[in-house]
Design a protein around this ligand. Structure first.
Ligand code: GDD
Ligand code: MN
Length: 366
């Protein structure tokens, strides 16, 4: 009989064609003596990563590739990769050789000793962040302490993307996972119904040789949304929070354009206001597409079509807003209350309708 599978290493990839072959070779070496498999989850990289992986997988059935199309997201990739394997121990690691594969046997041993979670940690004796700039280090540390306080997580390095869990940890957390953004470990720990026995293993974050980091300012937004979801998400859907935050910025844009059109271009009020509405709508659509719906962003002709639908939907939302406000004002005469009620109805309408028409859900996390 074949010995049964012990470990699955899930590796999310986005444009890592230059790294994956070396990684597979290093992992085969370091995992000798275990029964393992690798599950790569590729978000349709344009540099041919999936092709390179498929060529490897053809010759080695321990290597599998999940290719997701029209999707993005590190956390959701990791979750889907873990769910695709029956292995009792599940590890997550980056594809870019920045995570020290020599930690994997230590993590495996920790789980064998009874720990639920073993984390590759940069922030403890023996660990480190390699060539990070002072700025990235500061941001990382600030985000770390915010997470520790807000979510009551005691890990030294909750932002680490390198860890191993027992499959039970995933099964217990899976329905509560937010699967937003980059921070899969934070998500897992914060979604676990009971405290986990954790072993931290220090490692030096390596240099990236091929390809580039996908960490950008949108990752920071995703991170804030993850924190929001894990704190107030029980009461409000996090996408609605994001949509409303974008809407609030849109009000600023509206007023700016209105002011400019009136004072600089000397347009009559109605034309200036119309201009402001149009610009604010495009602004809101653009930001919602890159922030609120980053995981299912529209591009090219779909972008244009989406913009059209967005403007029609929000136009109707505007009408509903005015209608409700007008009705209430007629009853109670309190303009602030009536105005705010109109805005609330408008936001909920716009959010609801655009989430169905413009960015229809192609997946459900829970
Ligand atoms: N499938 C998929 N989809 N993979 C992705 C995506 C995505 O949208 N974005 C990034 N990846 C893959 C990359 O190809 C790489 O294998 C891994 O996820 C990490 O991405 P990097 O772009 O290299 O991230 P980093 O090095 O800046 O950040 C790492 O360190 C952080 C610690 O500060 C990651 O491990 C983070 O998870 C970690 O928090
Ligand atoms: Mn990296």
């Amino acid at each position: 009989m074949m010995p049964s599978l012990q470990l699955c290493v899930v590796i999310p990839t986005f444009n890592e064609a230059g790294n994956v072959a070396v990684l597979v070779e290093r992992l085969s070496h370091v995992l000798q003596g275990l029964v393992w498999e690798l599950v790569f989850v590729d978000d349709d990289s344009k540099d041919g990563t999936a092709g390179v992986l498929q060529a490897i997988a053809l010759c080695d059935s321990r290597v599998r590739v999940i290719r997701r199309v029209g999707r993005r997201g590190l956390s959701s990739a990791c979750i889907e990769g873990m769910l695709a394997s029956p292995a009792p121990y599940l590890a997550v690691m980056d594809a870019d050789l920045q995570h020290d594969e020599n930690c994997l046997p230590l993590m495996f041993q920790a789980l064998n000793e009874g720990f639920d979670l073993a984390v590759g940690t940069r922030y403890m004796a023996g660990g480190g962040t390699g060539d990070w700039s002072a700025q990235r280090l500061n941001i990382s540390k600030a985000a770390t302490s915010l997470t520790q306080k807000l979510l009551n997580i005691e890990l030294n390095d909750p932002m680490s993307g390198f860890f191993m869990i027992r499959r039970q940890v995933l099964d217990d957390a899976v329905y509560r996972l937010s699967s937003i953004g980059f921070k899969i470990l934070v998500d897992l720990v914060a979604s676990s119904p009971k405290p986990l026995r954790v072993k931290e293993i220090p490692f030096q974050f390596g240099l990236r040789v091929a390809g580039e980091s996908k960490l950008d300012s949108r990752v920071a937004w995703d991170f804030l949304m993850l924190l929001a979801d894990k704190t107030i998400g029980r009461f409000l859907p996090v996408r609605l929070i994001s949509f409303a935050a974008v809407g609030a910025m849109g009000v600023g844009v509206h007023l700016l354009v209105l002011g400019l059109c009136k004072s600089w271009l000397a347009l009559p009020f109605v034309q200036a206001q119309t201009m402001a509405v149009l610009v604010a709508m495009v602004f809101n659509f653009y930001l919602n597409n890159v922030l609120t719906y980053r995981d299912q962003q529209l591009h090219g002709s779909r972008w244009l079509w989406g913009l059209l639908k967005f403007m029609v939907a929000c136009g109707l939302g505007g009408a509903a807003n005015v209608g409700v406000a007008h009705y209430l004002y007629g009853n109670d005469g309190m303009w602030v209350v009536s105005g705010l009620a109109g805005i609330l109805v408008g936001v909920i309408w716009n959010y609801g309708v655009t989430s169905i028409l413009v960015w229809p859900q192609r997946r459900k996390a829970s």
